[in-house]
Write a protein that binds this ligand. Structure first.
Ligand SMILES: Nc1ncnc2c1ncn2[C@@H]1O[C@H](COP(=O)(O)OP(=O)(O)OP(=O)(O)O)[C@@H](O)[C@H]1O
Ligand SMILES: [Mg+2]
Length: 257
């Protein structure tokens, strides 16, 4: 579904991603983990087309290395960001509809004069929003102003909005950050549902409980280099990984098996 090949990113002297090659298979939840500053977000920025790099990026076998960031949505790439951006004074429905812009093919005249083209767009966007809200379990919140909801729900809206672009693969950068344990469990179930709806998920997450529970495969990077890859239990018991995480809590995860 997604492949990056020999990707290197340099920030004036610092090598943030170091000749990284990896693949995310279709219909899996694949996690990218590593200590702070390991280069995880930078990998997502490479895939999104937001950072200069060497090497190649493929989606579904198509080389998108030279495709500009805003056009990658047309290749099936969806993304939510480490910092949530929610429009507080819009309803949940309106926030979701904003994520449908990949299908935008009406102009301002259509909107002002409420032409059938605009009507059709609005109907399609609303139907899609209801669909997505159903998957994420926020259908009963569609009419509520987003700003009045707890942070955990705002996070869900952010994920739901990313789904509005009908991605084949969804990149989630630390979706559980700032969530309570309970909220994080809810989010975990939603991510599983996203996969059941045939969307591949590529996840960056520090919450090891979540990573261990939902990942089909884990890639571990340290200083921009891949140090381990495989099924969750193999990866956390890998000595290289334990070394990289020393003092960061992953040992506890390995001990608990
Ligand atoms: N735009 C930038 N300019 C310069 N250096 C950057 C830039 N973006 C990231 N870096 C550096 O590149 C390295 C990797 O950063 P990145 O944000 O990818 O790490 P990360 O694994 O996502 O970390 P975290 O877990 O803290 O989110 C870090 O040393 C960071 O300081
Ligand atoms: Mg990051």
């Amino acid at each position: 579904m997604l492949k990056i090949e020999n990707v290197t990113v340099r920030f004036s002297g610092l090598v943030a991603v170091d000749n990284l090659t990896m693949e995310v298979e279709n219909n899996t939840i694949h996690s990218l983990i590593g200590p702070n500053g390991a280069g995880k977000t930078t990998v997502f920025n490479v895939i999104s087309g937001l950072v200069k790099h060497s090497g190649k990026v493929y989606i579904d076998g198509t080389d998108i290395t030279k495709v500009p960031a805003h056009k990658r949505v047309n290749y099936g790439l969806g993304r939510s960001f480490q910092n949530v951006i929610i429009f507080k004074y819009l309803t949940v429905l309106q926030n979701l509809v904003l994520g449908f812009h990949h299908n935008l093919n009406y102009n301002i005249g259509d909107e002002i004069f409420q032409t059938s083209k605009y009507d059709k767009y609005e109907r399609a966007a609303t139907l899609k929003a209801i669909d997505v809200a159903d998957v994420i379990g926020i259908k009963n919140l569609l009419g509520i102003f987003a700003g009045t909801l707890p942070y955990g729900y705002q996070k869900l809206i952010d994920v739901a909005r990313a789904l509005m672009s009908e991605p084949k693969i969804l990149l989630l950068d630390e979706p559980a950050a700032g969530l309570t344990e309970k909220e994080s469990d809810i989010l975990k179930d939603k991510i599983k549902r996203i996969k059941e709806n045939s969307v591949t998920v590529f996840l960056i997450e520090h919450d090891m409980r979540m990573v261990m529970d939902i990942s089909d495969k884990i890639t571990v990077i340290d200083f921009g280099k891949k140090i381990a890859e495989g099924r969750p239990n193999d990866v956390v018991n890998n000595p290289e990984v334990i070394k990289a995480y020393l003092g960061a809590g992953i040992e506890g995860v390995a001990d608990n098996g």
